[in-house]
Write a protein that binds this ligand. Sequence first.
Ligand code: PLP
Length: 442
Amino acid sequence: PALDPALGTRTYDLDRAHVFHSWSAQGSLAPFVIAGASGSEVWDYDGKRYLDFSSQLVNMNIGHTHPKVVAAIQKQAAELPMVAPAHANLARGEAASRIVAKAGSHFGKVFFTNGGADANENAIRMARLTTGKDKVLSTYRSYHGNTGAAIVATGDWRRVPNEYARGHVHFFGPFLYRSEFWASTPEEESARALHHLERVIVSEGAASIAAILLEGVPGTAGVMVPPPGYLTGVRELCDKYGILLILDEVMSGFGRTGSWFSWQHPLVNPDGIVPDLITFAKGVNSGYVPAGGVVISESISAAFDDQVFPGGLTYSGHPLAMASIVASIDAMEEEGVIENASAIGEKVLGPGLQALADAHPMIGEVRGLGVFWALDLVADRDTREPVAPSVMGALKAELLARGLLPFIADNRLHVVPPCVVTPEECLQGLEIIDEALTAIGG
Ligand code: PLP
């Protein structure tokens, strides 16, 4: 669209009048208006450009308006924009085969959903149906999505095998910087977190637990790469007690950590353990069309060869979403996008953020890898007390004023640009963060 400031005003006014926003009290919102975007940049109707260091909701892995992905959606829209999920469609098969190939030979099929939450819903459903058990264990520091009531509210037969918005048990995962286990080394944190998890499993009754659901690298909760041995230990506990392991790769998958899935990254999973189910969304097609899904192991898919799978969505495998997945995965491969994310983490963002921490006492810890980083901001480095919400508000304003669109969660600035971000853009972003921290006295 033309960069007409009047359109900016109209966008803002229409939004405030009629759009109901997520996770917010509606009265005091002042949404940021975006007119257009390309690569790692967005701009408003005044033509002011911003580095998108949020990747929107940490999902624009291939960057904004990638021409090959846009063209694939346009072509698919002209040829066949929609088929019912029961029919076969070439784009869906091509997308599924590419995703399975990235996940590895342990996996056979993909069930497509509209996003990440329903991917987790369906992975949990598969785990419950194949184990005949009910409880799902997940960590307190996690985000897995925002659904749950719709199928239980449903009146027809489809409700009956699904009346299980129940049986959720939480435990603490490892997080050395704010340890729940009085640990002082990553090894200690890992061992004690595993001991705690086993105590939870035994106390809840292993015979009642269908699955452990974990983010490969917990994202919104603070970008916490699991310490050495943790994922291996979780896999061993799952095997010991007959529990399935679901890894939620919605945020951490498709390049964010510098590998296709975070559990394939040697720093995340040095022993190379393999989950039973993988959930994905976001980076699979950078959300150009809403999509997500579950990558299913051969043995779990086989369990549904004769047993009916009681789950489905009108837009499961929507052709526009599928065409965008195919184009996005192919472009990521052709253009070395995963390798770029990895190199940016190692050579630019990792050292650059550490240098910021050396200069700014407000940065308590720098965590992450690839293009998946968090700065944990503290009022006091010794007590690690998080900074107040007003400090984060001031930081956000300073970053925006200097042309950087941030992702802020609690007391953290998450540094999560697209996987296509260039070294020059990262250096520019680091300079802006440096100046903004100085401006707020950090
Ligand atoms: N799982 C993880 C790890 C996420 O980060 C998110 C979204 O942020 C979800 C699931 C939910 O995905 P969606 O918002 O597409 O339903």
